[in-house]
Design a protein around this ligand. Sequence first.
Ligand code: AHR
Length: 491
Amino acid sequence: MKAKISIDKSKKIGEIDRRIYGSFIEHLGRAVYNGIYEPSHENADECGFRRDVLELISELNVPIVRYPGGNFVSGYNWEDGIGPKSERPRKLELAWLSVETNEVGIDEFQEWAKLAETDVMMAVNLGTRGPDDARNLIEYCNSDTNTYYANLRRKNGFDKPFGFKLWCLGNEMDGDWQICHKTAEEYGRIATETAKVLKWVDPSIELVACGSSDPNMPTYGEWEKTVLDHTYDYVDYLSLHCYYGNKAQDTKNFLARAEDMDNFIKKTAKICDEIKLKKNSNKTINLSFDEWNVWYRTKDEEKTAERWQIAPHLLEEKYNFEDALLVGCMLMTLQNNCDRVKIACLAQLVNVIAPIMTENGGKAWKQTIFYPYMYASVYGNGSALSSKNESESYKSSEGWDIPYLYSSVIDSSNGELTIFAVNRSLNEDMELDVDICGFGDCTLIEHTELYYDDLNATNDKENERIKPVKRDIADNVILKKHSWNMLKYKY
Ligand code: AHR
């Protein structure tokens, strides 16, 4: 099959905000305990953080990590996780029906974030709690004043404020699974009042209001409008969440979910702009896609798992090769929407629906989805350009025309142009004609490929069989059937 990509320097979509390569750590399963933190592990540092896990995270170059949830945050009392560890309470955790030991809290997490060279995207509890606890929390984290909570932080050994710049106003408040789920009106009100107190304590922060937890929620659209009606003047971003799966074992349709994500983003941006017009506002609300990934095999696991365990094996999705292809495509969708999506979090980072897996007391390894995420985060920086793609297509279950070629183009302004491309054909290689205009002489200097014949193959602790290879540079660019590729040009 032949395809063509035409790139023009003048067709800029926008500058990529590095925060679209963010991730997420929730107090859920083995994400924190026996994930990033395992004091008894031979690779643990003096604080109990696994160095081997930190090393893998550093390869990913993660700019922000959302914390501490997720559904968890809607029942969380942040004060339980500060001060002397021996005095911290063990509690029933109702989002995932586990026991929370509170051995790790904000104090430890911000220390870990420094080691991981990432910023914290902090979420406040708008389920069981509200503005009062949120204002105390931000005083504890960000205040330099001689006042109770700032002094409590000092007493706990942290003289300098943590300085968290990005805050989420709750999590998935539209879902009835949420602890203290709310109607759009109820959430709109509490989010507004919480936003006000948070910004009064620290006017330099940015805030994310909850949009829908999935584009298929019956309230999608109306939820966004009502929430923005209340919060528009007080927040900076609206969140989107979405997880995709291939329960039907229909890979072509599964790979078309990248277009679904694209529609979700464009529709949500339109809703934000409708409210902007209605309010006659000069301010644009941008988007925070702060939970996205493939997730279907381990959905609802907490409902059947043994209750009240500490760090149970929950949501440990084993990612196969086709998952890596879709994750690669979804990253391209985020890049191609960088004019509106300023933040995004691959959910999650370690063990729980994650690119990194660990064994208690044992190894840490890279799942298949690690690679497209790593390459996007490391090489997908600069301006995203729109391209004209000519490729054969197929039909998705919705009847959409899905081109076999899916791509994004990044001009990193340092003399390098990077194309990320997936050939979604399951049986034909693609000969790609690359036409680049406005960059002078361009030379292909690298072709990295992620390919595996068996779409269902996975990596495991014994064998990381799925990993990228550098292909020889040839006159024609061949994108193998069902492969992910990165083409780097020097100009
Ligand atoms: O990431 C796992 C869960 O998915 C999060 O806790 C929740 O926000 C979403 O439903």
